[in-house]
Design a protein around this ligand. Structure first.
Ligand SMILES: C[S@@+](CC[C@H](N)C(=O)[O-])C[C@H]1O[C@@H](n2cnc3c(N)ncnc32)[C@H](O)[C@@H]1O
Length: 263
């Protein structure tokens, strides 16, 4: 009985998503990719996962250690300095009627921006907007710009809630591109070719990551900081670093692994 209900609700969800996609011709390329990803390419999401988790767990350090070793900075002031806004944003997330993806390592993002004196940052994956908020706290000081890419939440009809926790006064430093990364990133790079910090937290498949890592890396300046969330999902990040001879730091954060290096 439970199985049946589960299957019916899953079918309803898939149909709802499909109908929402069909109403958005600008998202047809992503629809095609999603169909391939969820049918013939299913195993791609977990390709090399075991190998990478054993590599990551034997190398991982804490977020505090990473910020200190890479940037020479202490992470503690972040929470106290932005305590009030963070509290208001957490309340907004609670009140948000739709459920979206969880936050990245905020201190790592904020201090990467501080370390590079960032004027231009690009991120993939916004959801409630926690990583956006962390970058914007820093960019605001230099009148900089955050370029973000996120797919609309089609199944949940949640388009207007992407970036929900970002306060209005920070939005003037933010350009949000509402397409899949494969469409958003070329548009972002046409607008701004080089970045001080890049943060990846969107399409979790092996192929999606590998494609975006190469693109983001090309547009990261020397001395800039590269961060990728959830690198334990598959071996795309590890393989990318090995192929390009990049010595990366691995951060263990809330039961997952984040990769970070300075170019
Ligand atoms: C884990 S959430 C991002 C969390 C966010 N970085 C934070 O710290 O609050 C992942 C997001 O990636 C987006 N996403 C997934 N696949 C995508 C794609 N192919 N292109 C653009 N965004 C995508 C989802 O819509 C979702 O909002």
């Amino acid at each position: 009985m439970w199985l049946k209900i589960n299957t019916v609700s899953e079918i309803v969800r898939v149909l709802k998503t499909l109908v929402a996609y069909l109403k958005r011709p600008d998202l047809y390329p992503e629809l095609g990719r999603k169909i391939v990803k969820n049918t013939i390419n299913r195993g791609n999401a977990f390709k090399g996962k075991e190998k990478t988790n054993s590599w990551a767990s034997s190398n991982a350090i804490s977020q505090k250690e990473a910020v200190s070793q890479l940037f020479g900075l202490d992470i503690n002031p972040f929470q106290s300095e932005y305590q009030e806004i963070l509290r208001t944003s957490a309340q907004k997330e609670k009140e948000c009627p739709i459920k979206m993806g969880g936050a990245g390592a905020l201190e790592l993002i904020y201090y990467a921006c501080e370390f590079t004196n960032a004027k231009n940052v690009v991120e993939t994956g916004v959801a409630y907007g926690w990583s956006s908020l962390a970058a914007l706290f820093s960019l605001e000081k230099r009148n900089g710009t955050l370029y973000s890419s996120d797919m609309p939440y089609l199944a949940q009809d949640g388009d207007q809630y992407v970036g929900y926790v970002v306060p209005e006064n920070l939005k003037k430093f933010w350009k949000l591109f509402r397409f899949a990364d494969k469409e958003s990133l070329p548009k972002i790079f046409a607008d701004q070719p080089t970045f001080d910090v890049v943060h990846y937290d969107s399409d979790k498949s092996y192929n999606g990551r590998y494609w975006a890592y190469n693109e983001l890396y090309k547009h990261l300046r020397i001395g800039g900081v590269f961060i990728s969330d959830d690198i334990g999902d598959n071996s795309a990040y590890q393989d990318f670093c090995e192929k390009n001879n990049i010595a990366t730091t691995v951060v263990e954060f809330e039961g997952k692994y984040v990769g970070v290096f300075i170019k």
